[in-house]
Design a binder for this molecule. Structure first.
Ligand code: MGP
Length: 231
């Protein structure tokens, strides 16, 4: 089952969806999925109909962040134009935001769009990211939308064996290409990083070699930082 099918199916097969709404039906009466509360054979009761709603909580809350290219070009220090835009904690909240925002192919060149675990800032300076690093995949300009979605679904759907290692992901829209990077916590933990990188490539069906850069190297060496791991 694909990552996307997995997360979507969790919205319909979870036993929780069968729980009655405590506010509107007797505790010992089981509701069928999709049943309308208050519905019975008596047509006169139709005016009391209400639809059950049971959100599907994610393991973690996640925050979308955006760095606007025009504000970024005027900033004195890196990160000063970075803004958190929305935090979600359920499958339903994820789709409601995802379906109403621009995907990478529609973002302006220079934009950075991030999805990070709640309370982790998408910066080398964040204490949880500080000893971490990132895997990066690249795409021709405008061709990263599907892989961005699959990356989000794999993260929020907890598909990674070493999911605790994950901080978040960012898509960078640039002139020549789009880049998606997966940020992790403990760069020195090679076993965990390699496992994450391999699983990510499988989820994306991405066959080119990818590299892992330590943030510590990027801080010191900037563009000259070399991959510490490749797969
Ligand atoms: P970038 O936006 O990740 O890559 O970093 P871009 O724009 O595609 O450029 P390239 O270098 O990959 O070709 C661009 C620059 O922003 C970096 O070289 C750093 O100087 C700065 N920068 C990026 N990040 C993620 C950080 C960060 O977390 N903290 C700080 N202080 N600077 C950063």
């Amino acid at each position: 089952m694909s990552v996307e099918e997995n997360l979507k199916s969790s919205a319909t097969t979870d036993e929780e969806t069968k729980n009655p709404n405590p506010n509107s039906k007797e505790d010992d009466e089981e509701l069928e999925e999709g049943e309308i509360v208050g519905e019975d054979d008596d047509a006169s009761s139709s005016s009391k109909k209400a639809i059950t709603y049971q959100p599907h909580p994610l393991e973690h809350s996640w925050t979308f962040w955006f760095d606007n290219p025009s504000a970024k070009s005027k900033q004195a220090t890196w990160g000063s134009s970075l803004r958190s835009i929305y935090t979600f904690a359920t499958v339903e909240e994820f789709w409601s935001i995802y379906n109403n925002i621009h995907h990478p192919s529609k973002l302006a060149v220079g934009a950075d769009f991030h999805c990070f675990k709640y309370k982790i800032e998408p910066k080398w300076e964040d204490p949880i990211c500080a000893d971490g690093g990132k895997w990066t995949v690249t795409f021709p300009r405008g061709k990263s939308d599907i892989c961005w979605l699959y990356t989000l679904l794999a993260m929020i759907g907890e598909q990674f064996e070493h999911g605790d290692e994950i901080c978040g992901a960012v898509v960078n829209v640039r002139n020549k290409q789009d880049k998606i990077a997966l940020w992790t916590k403990n760069a020195a933990n090679e076993v965990a990083q390699v496992s994450i990188g391999k699983q990510w490539k499988e989820f994306l069906d991405y066959n080119d070699t990818i590299g892992f850069i330590f943030h510590e190297d990027a801080k010191k060496l900037d563009r000259a930082a070399k991959n510490r791991y490749t797969i």
